[in-house]
Design a protein around this ligand. Structure first.
Ligand code: NAD
Length: 519
């Protein structure tokens, strides 16, 4: 094994001791957490609550109220009022500098309470600390990037055009008004920031619908938004199940724009629902990421790099590498090295020192993953590591072993996103064959090529159908470059984290003004 290969390891946990402030927040004086609407905690007219757990220990962390139709109505009304202002200036009228100031104040409060938010990611979200810390840093990174964009891209009147002798025209850009972010459970802090900051900075009032498995960070950020001084109604948080709270939001015509991140099936359903009443929707959805390994790559080194990306958040990352196409000349060595990498992963509780593969988020995911492992074999995949339930001493939790399979070009044994430390490895005879197989999926989120020959890698990477194409890296995301899915992985809209993300949260109108006609 080369020296470099031993240095590449999966994201790993440091010991994380739950801070008292997190326990106190969870306990909430013995009351269930309400939603946050118009600056107030709201219990919910359905009188329904749900528990959020630590998936690695099954400990109940907090009880949360579920928001119903009435609360969605209330939140939309409150947000409309906050947007327009009630006799005083509304959020839409705030100078951009003041919006930026409030956003950066919120970032400072998040940083003050870093440990609580890390606990939300680690305990509620089931993440190892190395990943949670990286996620936490995205709060500031997103806010700073979009504050800069907001100060560069003006809203209001565009430049004038003489349309006819007596008619001039110009564009007019304004925020939508009330916009909603529907967030999945796998990256709660990152995805809440990616939604909330560009939406707020472009002048919208927001409704945040966190996933039912991970509501705590959005509720905490909502509380900090009040402390930062956002006017009531500008930031609202509506916890609840997707098929209820989320569905009520999708059906509400008062919400002008929805930013959805989640699975393709739910995204398609929301798009159809919103289309009935004209709410715009943009969707960032799942992938079935591919990696193409060329014959000049060092199989041991690249197998470990790819293993690291397959196991990022235990494979519960949207652009996880789940399909590998490796040149047949190095395939056996690559497979041996991947077997070794995944066998060596330390399976354990996510808050304990050294853990690299923790529990998956919930029972439904566990069943889906175990079913997919069986299905892969039924479809002709040969198990290299066959997965199954993992036992972790002293912990109840949704633990599953990694699974990797040898595949061949003539069988499609891995058609759907599995969302675990799960991959098929298919030996191929040429880069062209690898590319064709990598592209033979309706998904299109992220793919990578691994080679010493950079220009050959770039030429191949440009031919992926995916929105994010990488050479010798994967899961790299930068502010200023769009992160967007093609095919069933996303759209419409420009994706996240670029200037167009900011303008997606605005409406562009054309204004025509003619001289008053002569009698
Ligand atoms: P999901 O689609 O089940 O749920 C996502 C959100 O939608 C949750 O808040 C859920 O409550 C809500 N929801 C469910 N049904 C709804 C309905 N009928 N109406 C309105 N809202 C509804 O996804 P998940 O399992 O939470 O997340 C995992 C998925 O998200 C994976 O497919 C993953 O790849 C994808 N994802 C994509 C990106 C990206 O940037 N492209 C990022 C993270 C996750």
């Amino acid at each position: 094994m080369s020296t470099a290969s031993t240095q590449i390891q999966s994201l790993t946990a440091s010991q994380f001791d739950t801070p008292d402030a997190f326990s106190k927040f969870c306990h909430n004086d013995g009351k269930p957490h309400g939603g946050i609407i118009d600056g107030k905690s709201v219990r919910g007219s359905m009188n329904a609550t749900f528990e959020t757990i630590d998936p690695g220990s099954m400990e109940v962390l907090a009880t949360v109220c579920e928001m119903g139709q009435d609360e969605v109505d209330q939140a939309v009304q409150a947000a409309h009022l906050a947007f327009r202002g009630n006799g005083v200036s509304g959020w839409r009228d705030f100078p951009v500098e003041e919006r930026c100031e409030l956003v950066m104040k919120l970032v400072e409060l998040c940083e003050r309470d870093r440990n609580v938010l890390l606990a939300c990611e680690i305990r509620d979200g089931g993440k190892v600390s190395e990943l949670a810390e990286g996620d936490f840093a995205q709060i500031r990174a997103t806010a700073e990037y979009f504050c800069d964009v907001a100060q560069r891209i003006p809203l209001g009147d565009g430049s004038k055009l003489q349309v006819a002798d007596n008619i001039e025209g110009y564009t007019y850009r304004e925020p939508w008004g009330v916009v909603a972010g529907i967030i999945p459970w796998n990256y709660p802090i990152v995805l809440t920031s990616w939604f909330m900051f560009p939406a707020l900075l472009s002048g919208n009032c927001v409704l945040i619908k966190p996933a039912e498995d991970t509501p705590l960070s959005a509720l905490y950020i909502g509380k900090l938004a009040e402390e930062a001084g956002f006017p009531p109604g500008v930031v609202n948080v509506l916890p609840g199940r997707g098929e209820l709270t989320g569905q009520f939001m999708a059906e509400h015509s008062g919400i002008r724009y929805i930013s959805f991140t989640g699975s393709p099936g739910v995204g398609q359903h929301i798009l159809r629902t919103c289309d009935r009443h004209g709410t715009r929707v943009k969707r960032e959805m799942g992938g079935n990421g591919a990696a193409v390994v060329l014959d000049d790559a060092d199989p041991q080194l690249v197998a470990r790099m790819i293993g690291r990306h397959t196991n990022q958040h235990f494979g519960q990352t949207c652009c996880t590498i789940h399909r590998v196409f490796v040149d047949q000349k190095i395939a056996d060595d690559f497979i041996d090295a991947q077997r070794e990498f995944f066998t060596d992963l330390k399976i354990g509780y996510q808050a304990e020192e050294g853990t690299q593969l923790g529990a998956v988020i919930n029972a439904t995911q566990r069943s889906r993953i175990l079913a997919a492992q069986k299905e892969t074999v039924t479809r002709g995949g040969q198990a290299i590591l066959d997965g199954g339930i993992a036992e972790v001493d002293g912990r109840d939790g949704y633990y599953i072993k990694p699974a990797i399979y040898r595949a061949s070009p003539n069988i499609n044994c891995n058609p759907d996103e599995v969302f675990h430390a799960f991959a098929t490895i298919c030996p191929v005879s040429s880069p062209e064959q690898a590319l064709e197989l990598a592209n033979s999926t309706p998904y299109g989120l992220g793919a990578s090529v691994w080679t010493k020959d950079i220009s050959r890698g770039v030429a191949l990477a440009k031919q992926f159908r995916d929105g994010t194409c990488q050479v010798n890296c994967h899961n790299t995301i930068a502010y200023g470059l769009p992160y967007a899915g093609q095919g069933i992985s996303g759209g419409p809209g420009a994706g996240v984290n670029c200037e167009e993300t900011f303008t997606d949260y605005t409406e562009l109108k054309a204004i025509y003004v003619a001289d008053y006609p002569n009698e």
